[in-house]
Design a protein around this ligand. Structure first.
Ligand SMILES: *Cc1c(COP(=O)(O)O)cnc(C)c1O
Length: 393
């Protein structure tokens, strides 16, 4: 519940999710078990990966991805300056160093392949990409450069569940999905994501060697789960390495199965709303709509617009707030956070410019066309109003 007339995001929860929770409560098994196993199978089938491990959240998924690749203290990972801070934090958690690359531009705020290549040093071990807003990065070039420089490729696919790889012509040549384009990937099921379970995530890979490690890393380094012992598949266990408790539980796994069944239709609904937004906001002088020319696949996680300057963004965000419409900022530039100011990094001017001007508008499957029109009208009115008189002028 919120006081917003139109919130930034809302769940698509109904009878399927209620039935899922009841099914688990009546089964009397709450920790990782048959629902989690079924969810992992269904998720792997959906994304197309050989392996999918359900874990506590998306941050844990990224942590496990880095651990399974065996990153060592001092190793460098090249990652976008415009991202949620989880990948950078987990890089630090394994003792590695995050090096920040710039984005392609304001119209395409995903990591730029040339910017990655310029940051490669003998200490580089991995590239982390993030498919901003649900739009896949320039993967053809990134996959090629990772291969050439022997770098692991990690996808932060938290925005992009259900999006497919798109070539420069906007085609989806092999139909591969985001999260199946590198060595390993992380997904999040936080409550504002396209698939929501409150907290939750998946780490997915085709590589059997990484899967082998993920299996024990997520549960204390132990070779069997309580569930295996409960159903008589194991009576004891060994501890083969230092692991964590990043397990998923049955209630959220059951919610995840219900949400996965709705995902494709909900992504399509999001796409239709994005088209409406683009029409409603076209030709606002000085404003840019990221991915407006995009012809490829997307999961349509975020609807963002870029103001002519920070002052214009403030003016529109304030007007929307007065109208009861929630907005957000995805994201501040990571190397500008106090905790990352020491980061060894090149200049990222396009990322800084984007962070100063981007504004996120409401987007979720249950948003109605008339609400989108209403929001567009408020944005247009506020964006074309004369700038607020400066108090010096
Ligand atoms: C949500 C998100 C995460 C973190 O996921 P949690 O489940 O909240 O830990 C990481 N990266 C991106 C891009 C995200 O949007």
């Amino acid at each position: 519940m919120s006081d917003w007339r139109i919130a930034l995001s809302d769940l698509d929860y109904g009878p399927d999710e209620e039935a899922a929770v009841l099914r688990v409560l009546r089964s009397r098994w709450l920790s990782t078990g048959p629902e989690a196993e079924a969810f992992e199978r269904e998720f792997a089938t959906f994304i197309g990966t050989r392996h999918a491990f359900a874990v506590a959240n998306g941050t844990a998924a990224l942590h496990l991805a880095l651990l399974s690749l065996g990153l060592n203290p001092g190793d460098e990972t090249i990652q976008p300056a415009i991202n949620f801070v989880a990948a950078a934090n987990m890089t630090a958690a394994v003792g590695a160093v995050a090096v920040f690359a710039d984005i392609v531009g304001l119209e395409e705020p995903t990591i730029e392949p040339v910017s990655i290549e310029q940051l490669i040093t003998p200490r580089s071990r991995a590239v982390i990409v993030m498919h901003y807003g649900g739009y896949p990065c320039r993967m053809a070039g990134i996959v090629e450069l990772c291969r050439r420089h022997h770098l692991a490729l990690i996808e932060d696919a938290c925005h992009a569940i259900g999006a497919r790889f798109t070539d420069p012509q906007g085609r989806t040549p092999d139909g591969r999905m985001a999260g199946h384009l590198g060595d390993i990937s992380g997904f999040s099921f936080f409550s504002n994501k396209n698939l929501a379970t409150g907290e939750g995530g998946v780490v997915a890979t085709d590589r059997d060697d990484l899967a082998e490690r993920l299996r024990w890393l997520r549960s204390h380094g132990m070779t069997s789960l309580t569930w295996d012992r409960h159903r008589g598949h194991a009576s004891s266990y060994d501890v083969v390495g230092q692991g964590y408790n990043y397990r998923f539980d049955e209630i959220r796994a059951a919610l995840g199965r219900a949400q996965l069944a709705k995902l494709a239709a909900n992504n399509t609904r999001r796409g239709r709303l994005v088209t409406m937004y683009r029409e409603g906001l076209a030709e606002l002088p000085g404003w840019i709509i990221p991915f407006a020319q995009w012809r490829g696949s997307s999961a349509y996680h975020l609807m963002t617009i870029v103001a002519p300057d920070a002052q214009a963004r403030r003016q529109v965000a304030e007007a929307l707030k007065q109208a009861g419409v929630q907005t957000s900022l995805h994201y501040p530039c990571i190397p500008d956070f106090a905790g990352f100011r020491h980061a060894v990094s090149r200049e990222v001017p396009r990322s800084r410019d984007f962070a100063a001007r981007v504004l996120t508008l409401p987007l979720y499957p249950g948003l109605t066309p008339s609400q989108v029109e209403d929001i567009c009208a408020s944005v247009r009115a506020a964006a074309t109003r004369q700038p607020m008189a400066s108090r010096w002028g």
